[in-house]
Design a protein around this ligand. Structure first.
Ligand SMILES: NC(=O)c1ccc[n+]([C@@H]2O[C@H](COP(=O)([O-])OP(=O)(O)OC[C@H]3O[C@@H](n4cnc5c(N)ncnc54)[C@H](O)[C@@H]3O)[C@@H](O)[C@H]2O)c1
Length: 443
């Protein structure tokens, strides 16, 4: 099939590359000409394990191309994916200006007798498929017809990939959700996804509104699991219980499950914070007070800074002139994505209190430098970050931080103090080495 993907970020690039990998001809379109130039020259623009190899193979074999020109990019495609940003607007609702902007452009360039399926892959509020349809029709001055004999139909196909394991998630999804009313569009989408569900995972067809809500419900449920566990961890600290034990105790129950039960310094990233906010806003708009989600968000906001009182107490509430090593900047391991990363909130809190920071992250430093420049120093490796530091703070659970050389940490730090926001080490073992060690939910 011939496919166009509009928006070549984390979702667009992964989707486009994986569709090419199954033999389709894919053109990815982006307004960022620097990004398109790099990709056209064989240079990958995001860090995502496993992506580069299949990106290079498919560009070399001519199945994956890049352009800034929407009209050129979509002209031969029978399916057009919209993988555009949906950031929070000022009131927390999803800002649809990118999605509807491209829809309006499409209305001007689609041809009356050249049927195409337009697919919302962005995470969008209930009712967006209809808005996309209306935007296309009205910008065409109603010269186009929507329908299986017309110029286009709109389908909702939310994306569930996780950064860090995006290729696996895309190539072998737990499920594919397709929100469509038309049999013709369902068939086109079903054919496209067949190679991805050969092991029997389902393609679930539903109406477009339910598909749109499914994505928000999934992310909000996962965020709820995290905030719930973070509150259990806070309670453990007060009651002198150990959250690791509680986690194992409840996770072995199939109904609860082992995943997403690890406490820490809150969720970040480009999805959970904005999707939780957007679902709260959508609920408010229909006069539904989504109490649980409001609490989930509130708990997470506080959790990002949960290490600060511990750090302050250790340094007698005086961080002025203190210097900290910070391991981890990305919002989670195996990605260079720093959007809403808890590390950034910790950096603000430390520097506001007069402290300085040297950070190390295996993949996230370039993006942080772009965002906050020389507000902090950047180290070549995790041990260089420790030089002259008063204490070590850990904000992201990269594997390479899990079994560090504690001798090196001891000799580099001025105080043998580690504040671990991701519970990487066994409390007793680190304390037996003479460290002051604080983590989450384990006194
Ligand atoms: N990142 C994830 O893990 C993830 C997972 C599932 C769903 N989503 C959803 O997918 C959507 C995209 O997310 P992302 O993380 O890929 O965003 P992103 O910011 O990484 O990528 C968006 C891309 O769209 C481009 N763009 C903006 N306006 C454009 C236009 N008019 N024409 C062409 N390109 C344009 C930008 O330059 C950028 O490259 C969002 O709705 C997000 O919520 C993201």
């Amino acid at each position: 099939m011939k496919i166009a993907v509009v928006g070549t970020g984390y979702v667009g690039l992964v989707s486009g590359t994986c569709f090419a990998e199954t033999g389709n001809n894919v053109t990815c379109i982006d307004i960022d000409s620097e990004k398109v130039n790099k990709l056209s020259n064989g240079e990958i623009t995001i860090y995502e394990p496993g992506l580069e190899k299949i990106f290079l193979r498919n560009t070399r074999e001519g199945r994956l191309k890049f352009t800034t020109n929407l009209e050129d990019g979509i002209k031969d495609a029978s399916i057009i994916f919209l993988a555009l940003p949906t950031p929070p607007g000022e009131d927390g609702s999803a800002d649809l200006k990118y999605v509807l902007g491209v829809a309006s452009q499409l209305g001007k360039i689609l041809k009356p007798n050249d049927y195409k399926v337009i697919v919302d892959k962005s995470t969008v509020p209930v009712g967006t498929a209809d808005k996309v349809r209306q935007a296309i029709l009205s910008s065409s001055n109603n010269t186009l017809v929507c329908g299986d004999n017309g110029a286009f139909e709109v389908v909702s196909n939310p994306e569930f990939l996780r950064e860090g394991v995006a290729i696996d998630d895309f190539m072998k999804p737990d499920r594919v959700v397709i929100g469509a009313n038309s049999e013709k569009a369902k068939k086109v989408m079903g054919d496209l996804y067949q190679p991805f569900v050969r092991q029997g995972n389902p393609i679930i067809y539903m109406d477009e509104k339910s598909a749109e809500l499914t994505k928000y419900a999934a992310n909000s449920f996962l965020a709820t699991k995290i905030s719930f566990m973070n509150e259990i961890a806070l309670l453990c600290e007060k009651l002198d219980a150990n959250v690791d034990m509680v986690r194992k105790g409840i996770g072995s129950d199939d109904r609860i499950g082992k995943r997403f039960l690890f406490p820490g310094i809150g969720y970040g990233g480009s999805c959970f914070p904005k999707d939780v906010q957007a679902l709260i806003k959508s609920s408010d708009e229909v006069n539904y007070d989504f109490k649980i989600l409001k609490a989930v968000e509130d708990v997470n906001e506080k959790q990002k800074l949960h290490l600060m009182p511990k750090i302050n107490a250790y340094f007698n509430n005086d961080l002025k002139g203190k210097h900290f090593a910070l391991w981890g900047l990305s919002f989670k391991p195996n990605t260079d994505d720093i959007r809403e990363a808890p590390a950034l909130y910790i950096i603000d809190a430390l520097t506001d209190a007069g402290a300085t920071v040297t950070a190390f992250d295996p993949e996230g430093m370039a993006n942080v430098k772009k965002q906050i420049g020389d507000k902090i120093n950047y180290a070549e490796n995790q041990y260089e970050a420790l030089q002259h530091a008063d204490a070590l703070i850990i904000a992201t659970e990269w594997n390479e931080f899990r079994t560090p050389e504690f001798d090196k940490i001891e000799t580099s730090l001025k105080n043998k103090a580690i504040f671990d926001g991701r519970n990487l080490f066994e409390v007793n073992e680190v304390r037996a080495k003479g460290f002051h060690y604080e983590s989450i939910g384990r006194n």
